[in-house]
Design a binder for this molecule. Structure first.
Ligand code: T46
Length: 134
């Protein structure tokens, strides 16, 4: 089964003090959050990621600055711009992803459905096609 990544826009709660955005597991995003990490201080021109997963689902939010995400689920290749803290990109395990074009101030927040496990990564593109291609 090929699941599709999804780009959602979440609500911005604002008042005279500023802005606040909420993300809740099983509500805003379709999985329970086991792990949180963030990518920042990315050097200019750097491209990272280059993998898919076996089980892990993730939500990517660029909470500061901007970056782009290249996605390939063997059926569709797309580029997504994350340039607002209200944009949430849901990545399914079968989404090969590469993050690039990070602005200097970019902080990419990642919410993950699983704890870190190096075995859950598919880092070889041919292996990715073997597992998810049809
Ligand atoms: C993903 C994209 C969006 C850990 O020890 N624990 C962790 O939870 C993570 C995420 C990483 N690491 C170690 C593994 C590497 O030695 O941190 C180092 C950098 O990780 P990696 O090269 O996998 O980083 P990215 O930016 O290529 O990918 C990361 C996530 O690993 C990955 O799951 O989907 O961000």
């Amino acid at each position: 089964i090929i699941e599709s990544s999804e780009l959602m826009t979440v609500n911005e709660l604002g008042d005279e003090r500023g802005l606040l955005t909420v993300i809740e597991e099983m509500k805003t995003i379709p999985f329970e959050i086991k792990r949180v990490f963030y990518i920042y201080g990315t050097k200019m021109g750097v491209r990272r990621g280059f993998h898919a997963h076996y089980k892990t689902r993730q939500a990517l939010i660029c909470v500061s600055g901007s970056c782009k995400v290249y996605l390939d689920n063997t059926h569709r290749k797309t580029d997504v711009l994350l340039d607002s803290p209200t944009k949430v990109l849901i990545l399914e395990p079968n989404d090969w992803h590469e993050m690039y074009d990070f602005s200097e101030d970019a902080v990419l927040l990642v919410l993950s459905s699983h704890l870190y496990n190096a075995e859950d990564y598919i880092r070889d593109y041919d292996k990715f096609l073997e597992v998810y291609g049809s």
